[in-house]
Design a protein. Structure first.
Lengths: 629, 557
């Protein structure tokens, strides 16, 4: 009886295929630990593990490949080390890295038979989804929240992809609600975490995705005031070493700023007037209270208790900050502190500040335990659900290795045991999905020489038959009929690296082609030849007519969102992009009308687009966003 | 870890368990930490179950097994390594499982279930047992199973190839915190005086458009911020008073639809955007919240249970408070037909002051109701000779908040199922008559029932675990399955699905696959945690899993 007697008996011929399989597991957290154990003991031949994260104490209630001695070490490395001992026949490879790194390119993804997503954030999930589609490798996607979970099998052209269905966009709040007129505990928590904390200890230029800074005629005056308030706070920040630092901050944000708000009479006509806090009185009362009150995270603290925690945590943070500053060498960036739900100093400060603000506005205050959940967007997690989910992933992998997508399933877990979980057949791809219902080609280009013009003229128009109306997008708009500023710029100067995904949207009014995704691989082509390779001629399918908008068939509209927002901007700026290519103003108008369905999102994107052109503009990470239960 | 502990740090234990405390709270965690789990048969599935209980911090565990570690164990069981070969499985798995969590105490006994029952009866005697919950991994012949006292919760698991089953047997199980989707109970059709008064006050000039500052009219801002709850209360009242109406609340679907339009029509549309969010919320809430407050069937089962009527000094707090709630419900001066109010309200568009006022009316009523129940509790406690203050107000409040979601589950004992009593026959017959019978997992149950009979007759040997031809075992399994069906009174033909499952069971020869064992470990541990914490609703009483089609089925057998 050998060690693989049982698998051989139960799995039959599949057992051989499993032993040959080379699989990738992205994420070595809750699901990842379970999955890796299952993959190793099932005898998968070669397993690659990618995870950027390090081990934290709060992982240990479920991530059993890690122990106390591993805290702060790489999840990928420790997982490999621990799990590897349990089956000498399996080859393990660990990468302590970000899956979005450039060396994990399409070519690399193509070397795997199956990819498992065991991730905790939307952004990375979407990235791996995209890479697996491009590499045509089956993906098994999974996730859990508390007792709930799900497993989905994704295969290009056969099943839905991760982006075929709408994924909720995390909630954000108007800046005036956060800064001037809060009405719920969450508003005060966001204020403490994303404004106050950041102004004192972070880089205040960083904008928070939780706060929507849209300006309109009504609030323009107030926004100007808020900018001034933030300026003043920054000046106080310089006095961090002073013994009355806490008193100064307190007097500013919980008294002076509130008095200014009170003076805005219009604001309080139908709202309850906020009441500034009295420093002298509260600090006197606080003298009787011990700092250890911060440890009681289940209790809803009193006003004075909140003050004690505020002053104590502020002092702890200031001390850390000053020590950091002292250790910084000339020429290095100024140190900052970032909010982390598991960093007690930052959590105490945010909890106490949020509660003090709630008390000013007559809003219920919350326990530190609850605030931690709201501020940190904590997702409850336990071993049992992860174990079930990981087991289901491997069962689906058996189907995938047999290329049996008919009996593979999408599985949902729920807390109810009446139906411990339910499964359904895999849905076909959403024909309107902008991520998977596209045509894909790969071309080689010498990105230091090739230009957008080469791509547009030589590849798209001459070879593939595109007309005048088309747009090129990466994470931003690179080119369209009204925006050709980049046409002669080498690709390397507009963000092309070793491997770059460009989406081509056909803007033809009559019969637009479905989106085309070109994977541009950087290659040193002969200097005397063309800087770009030209693909064979082929016909790109046309879009289905009467695209249903909104929920059901909705997509995330990444490309369109960007595209539309750009048009919005151009129009807002007076249509300066129009450059006499025969495009009538009426036509432009009509296009804009179509925008309305997704207006909120687009406007928001437009703002970000405007302000942070160089950054990764649509980072919709699960972590750090606020959800309210 | 950081070198110095900041003064705000909670204990490292709280931090380690943070993510699960958000599911079952300190109360659930305390119960988990007081539990002692016995595992009979340290198979892969058994160890995976223990792993999922040890990680969240169960108090103690004891592994009881009399086998030595073989090479095949290493392929399925993560908690055995090369060094373990030839050593007792109980000792090695207890050691490796113990490494998962230093807060958990691990024990082992090199022994079998049958020998424990005969040679160490005190371990399984309900009065002397150290174990709070017992996990048994099959194969276990039926007579042994029937010797385990019904007072101890038992989780019996079969895990073979891509299949597993879980059977739970436990004494009467009560649940306060079932964690329903929502505890909100708005009482829109049964408002109490304070709520009606608040609604009347907040909607006094609802129809009057403000013309200038200070007049009695409502500005558009105010009008658009009247909480939808208040709007519904006002319009329900107006609806009753319509000249064309019959003085009753809307109840039929048609009336509800008409009432929805009735509300919709009152919206101010000259405002920016052409609509008011609070009115939209009101319209959307009609079908969900405009309903008579009723006592749920689950709560009735609890309040009508004999244990509620016959409270004695032996009764648990659950039954004492249940009796007090029943008194509240029946007393014309107290609930007058209604349960204590839960007190929560959903989020809604409103100014914070308006929302807080509304919230307080609900909170105060809930507090008031709980205080009445507390009085009842105190007099019940006196009558059974217990200290009247021995049940805290906090415990009573939690109970009242969940009153409509209380559960009392009677798990049927193994003996009732395995003797194929009338109840059992009916469940199985009904399952075979349902529309999806062909693909239902009741077919799998028939195969597993034959499996149980087979191991009982073959002294613990699983079908297919043989050097001889498999066909013989298959034929025997089919015969046993047919015999069972005839006992139930069903068709003697084996369904195709049952035959397939028998085929699979024989092919696996009782062997475990790690992946299935791991999945079983997750699911079984989750049910054990529900029972230990007395939170969430566990499966009653049999859960079957088929890994070929990734399906589960649950039956009360």
């Amino acid at each position: 009886m050998g060690r693989d007697t049982n698998p051989r008996k139960s799995l039959g011929s599949l057992h051989g295929r499993i032993k040959e399989a080379r699989v990738l597991m992205v994420g070595a957290g809750g699901i990842g630990c379970e999955l890796l154990k299952n993959l190793v003991l099932t005898g998968f031949g070669e397993i690659h593990i990618v995870d950027l994260d390090t081990i934290d104490l709060s992982n240990l209630n479920r991530q059993f490949l890690f122990g106390m001695q591993h805290i702060k070490k790489s999840k990928a490395m420790v997982a490999k080390e621990t799990a590897g001992k349990f089956n000498p026949n399996v080859k393990l490879e660990a990468h302590h890295a970000n899956i979005k790194d450039h060396n994990f390119n399409v070519k690399w993804f193509k070397t795997f038979d199956v990819v498992f997503n065991a991730l905790d954030n939307l952004d990375a999930r979407r990235h791996v989804n995209k890479m697996c589609l491009a590499a045509d490798v089956p993906l098994i996607e999974s996730g859990t929240t508390g007792f709930n979970g799900q497993v989905q099998v994704i295969k290009q052209r056969t099943t839905e992809c991760y982006d075929c269905t709408h994924k909720p966009i995390p909630k954000s709040f108007p800046v005036c609600t956060i800064r001037s007129t809060p009405s719920q505990p969450i508003h005060c928590i966001v204020w403490a975490k994303s404004y106050l904390f950041v102004e004192i200890f972070g880089t205040s230029e960083e904008s928070s995705p939780e706060v929507d800074p849209s300006e309109n005629d009504e609030n323009a005056g107030e926004i100007a005031n808020l900018k001034r308030e933030a300026e003043e706070l920054k000046n106080i920040r310089e006095k961090m070493a002073s013994p009355d630092f806490a008193a100064t901050i307190f007097g500013k944000v919980f008294a002076a700023d509130i008095d200014r708000l009170r003076s805005m009479e219009d604001m309080w006509k139908s709202r309850k007037l906020p009441k500034a806090l009295d420093y002298a009185q509260i600090s006197e009362e606080a003298e009787k209270i011990d700092n250890s009150v911060a440890k009681n995270d289940q209790k809803v603290w009193t006003l004075a208790e909140n003050y004690v925690v505020f002053a104590d945590s502020l002092q702890r943070l200031a001390k850390r900050m000053l020590e950091l500053k002292a250790s910084v060498k000339d020429g290095e960036a100024a140190p900052i502190l970032a909010f982390d739900k598991d960093d007690e100093d930052t959590l105490d400060f945010v909890a106490a500040s949020a509660n003090l603000r709630s008390l000013i506005f007559g809003i219920d205050s919350k326990s530190k335990f609850d605030i931690k959940q709201m501020a940190g967007n904590i997702i409850p997690a336990i071993a049992t659900t992860n174990a079930i989910t990981a087991g289901l992933c491997v069962l689906q992998a058996f189907k995938v290795l047999r290329e049996d997508y008919k009996t593979a399933r999408m599985v949902f877990l729920s807390r109810s045991a009446d139906r411990a979980f339910s499964s359904e057949k895999l849905s076909p791809p959403n024909p309107n999905c902008e991520v998977c219902s596209v045509t894909r080609i790969t071309i080689e280009a010498d990105v230091s020489r090739a230009t957008i013009g080469d791509l547009v003229d030589k590849v798209l128009r001459e070879q593939l038959g595109y007309g005048e109306e088309l747009s090129l997008l990466t994470k931003e708009l690179l080119y369209d009929a009204d925006y050709d500023d980049n046409k002669d710029t080498p690709l390397s100067e507009i963000g092309f690296g070793e491997e770059t995904f460009v989406t081509i949207v056909d803007d033809d009014e009559e019969e637009p082609r479905i989106n085309l995704v070109i994977v541009v691989t950087n290659t040193a082509l002969p200097a005397d030849g063309e800087p770009i390779t030209v693909p064979e001629k082929f016909e790109i399918p046309r879009k289905l007519k009467a695209i249903p908008a909104g929920n059901g068939g909705g997509t995330n509209g990444l490309a369109n969102g960007l595209k539309r927002s750009h048009e919005d901007l151009i129009l807002a700026a007076g249509g300066e992009g129009a450059n006499g290519n025969g495009n009538e103003p009426e036509q432009k108008k009509r296009k804009v009308d179509v925008i309305v369905e997704n207006r909120d999102v687009n406007v928001k994107r437009a703002k970000v687009f405007e302000e942070k052109k160089d950054d990764d503009i649509i980072v919709l990470d699960d972590d750090g966003f606020i959800t309210i239960d | 870890m950081a070198a110095s502990t900041p003064s705000g740090a909670p204990s490292s234990k709280e931090k380690k368990y943070d993510r699960q405390l958000r599911l079952w709270g300190a109360n659930g965690q305390n119960k988990l930490e007081s539990a002692h789990i016995a595992l009979f048969n340290a198979s892969a599935a058994g160890c995976e179950i223990l792993k999922n209980l040890i990680l969240p911090g169960v108090g103690q565990f004891t592994v009881i097994d009399d086998k030595l570690v073989e090479e095949a164990d290493l392929g399925a069981n993560f908690f055995l390594d090369e060094e373990s070969l030839g050593k007792p499985r109980a000792e090695r798995t207890a050691a490796l499982l113990g490494e998962l969590n230093p807060d958990v105490k691990g024990n082992y006994l090199v022994d079998s279930l049958s020998n424990t029952l005969s040679a160490k009866p005190e371990l399984l005697n309900p009065r002397s047992t150290p174990f709070t919950h017992i996990v048994i991994i099959s194969p276990v012949p039926t007579p042994l199973l029937l010797q385990i006292p019904i007072e101890i919760p038992v989780f019996l698991v079969n895990c073979v190839g891509l299949l597993f089953t879980l059977r739970i047997s436990a004494p009467l199980h009560t649940i306060v915190e079932a964690h329903p989707e929502s505890l909100v109970d708005l009482r829109l059709l049964n408002p109490w005086p304070e709520l009606s008064a608040l609604a009347a006050e907040k909607t006094k000039n609802l129809e009057v458009q403000q013309e200038m500052d200070g007049d009695e009219g409502m500005s558009d801002h105010e009008h658009g911020h009247v909480p939808y709850l208040v709007l519904l209360l006002k319009y329900l009242d107006d609806w009753k008073r319509r000249p064309e109406g019959d003085g009753t609340h809307p109840s039929s679907y048609k009336e509800m639809t008409a009432f929805r339009s009735f509300v919709q029509d009152k919206m101010r549309t000259h405002v920016p955007g052409g609509s008011e969010e609070n009115y939209e919320e009101a319209v959307a809430a009609v079908l969900k919240h405009v309903r008579k407050a009723e006592v749920s069937e689950y709560a009735k089962t609890v309040l009508d249970h004999p244990a509620c009527a016959n409270v004695t000094s032996e009764s648990t707090n659950f039954w004492i408070i249940a009796k007090a709630v029943k008194q509240f419900l029946e007393s014309p001066e107290q609930g007058n037909g209604l349960l204590p109010l839960s007190g929560g309200i959903p989020d809604m568009k409103a100014e914070s002051s308006g929302y807080v006022a509304l919230q307080n009316v609900y909170k105060n009523k809930a507090r008031h109701d709980a205080a009445l129940v507390q009085k009842n509790v105190q007099s019940i406690l006196s009558s059974i000779g217990r200290e009247p203050s021995s049940i805290s107000l906090e415990e009573i409040e939690i109970f009242c908040r969940h009153a409509n979601f209380l559960r009392a589950i009677s798990f049927r004992p193994f003996s009732a199922e395995l003797s194929t009593d009338e109840f059992h026959k009916k469940v199985v017959k009904d399952a075979f008559e349902s529309w999806d019978a062909d693909s239902a997992l009741i077919n799998d149950y028939v195969a597993f029932r034959a499996f149980q009979e087979f191991i009982t007759q073959n002294n613990g040997r699983a079908p297919g675990d043989t050097e001889g031809p498999l066909d013989e075992d298959t034929v025997e399994m089919q015969r046993l399955a047919k015999a069972y069906l005839s006992e139930v009174g069903c068709s003697l033909e084996l369904a195709e699905r049952t035959e397939n499952i028998i085929g699979e069971l024989v092919r696996y020869g009782g062997a475990e696959l790690h992946n299935t064992a791991s999945l079983a470990g997750g699911l079984v541990a989750q049910e054990i945690i529900k029972i230990i914490t007395q939170q969430y609703v566990p499966g009653n009483n049999t859960i079957l899993f088929d890994g070929i089609s990734s399906k589960t089925g649950t039956y009360v057998l």
